[in-house]
Design a protein. Sequence first.
Length: 276
Amino acid sequence: MSIQSGVDPGYFARLVLVVSTWAAQLARPPSQMHRAAGARRFSRNALTTAVIAAILIVALMIFVDAREIALMPPRGTTGLWPFRTLSDFGKDNYVLLMVTGSLIAVVLIAPAVHGSARRRLLAVGLRLQFVWLALAVPLAFGEFVKWTVGRGRPFVGGHADPFNFVPFAGTEAHASFPSAHCITAFALAFAVAALWPRTRGLMVAYALAIGFTRLVLLAHHPSDVVAGAAIGMIGAMYVRYWFAARALGFAIDEAGIISPLREGPLKRVAAKPSAS
C-alpha cells in the first residue's frame, strides 16, 4: 500500500467521509431481507442463555460458591503469578484499549491510501467496529449490574459468604457480580468466532482459561463467572444481530442463521473519495 508524501489537501475530507459513513451505517434502519427471522432466532438464543445462566447462578450461590472459594489458595500466594499474567489478557481496559487503538489506526490510515488497499482497510475497520461494540455493550451493562447488586468479593467481611450484598456500594470490594474479565473474555470469544468461525475452539479455550484464573485468584465466585459469561455472550449476540440486520459484515439466511460475509461491504465508501 502506498501513502502519499506531504500534506494531502483531500485527506481530511476523506477522513470525515469514512467516519461519517461508518456512523451513518450503524445508525441507519435495518434493511436485511431476513432480519425478522434473525431477530426471532436471536431472541430464542438470548432467552435460552439467560434462563440457563440464571438457574446455574442460583444453584452455584446456594451449593458451590462458598465451598469452591474455600478450596482456592490464599491471595498473594507466590506461585499464582502465571494465573495473574494470564488473567490480564481478559482485563476489560486492556482489551478495549487494544481494539480502540487498532480502530483509530485504521481510521487514520484508510483516507491516505487508495484502491484495493483502502477497501481492505475499510473491511478491517468494519470488523474492528463490531468487536469494539461487542465488548463495550455488555461491559456497560455489566458495570451497571455490579453497581446495583454490590456483591462482596470472596472473603470480604472475613469469611466465605456468597450472600454478602451491599447494593449501590460502588466499591471495588463489592464489585464481584458479574465478572468483568469474563464479560470481556466471552464477548471477545463470541465476536472473534462470529467473524472467523474456524477460531471457535481456540476462543472458547481462551474464555474458559480467563474464567478459571478469576476463580484461582479469588477475584470472583463461580456464579460471578457464569454471570459474566452469559452477559458477554448475549451482548455480543445482540451486536452481531444489529450489524447483520444492516448487512454490515454479516448475512442472515431464511432460517435466521447469521454468518459472516466473505468481503467487507464498504467498497462504495472507498471509491467515492478517490478522485479528490
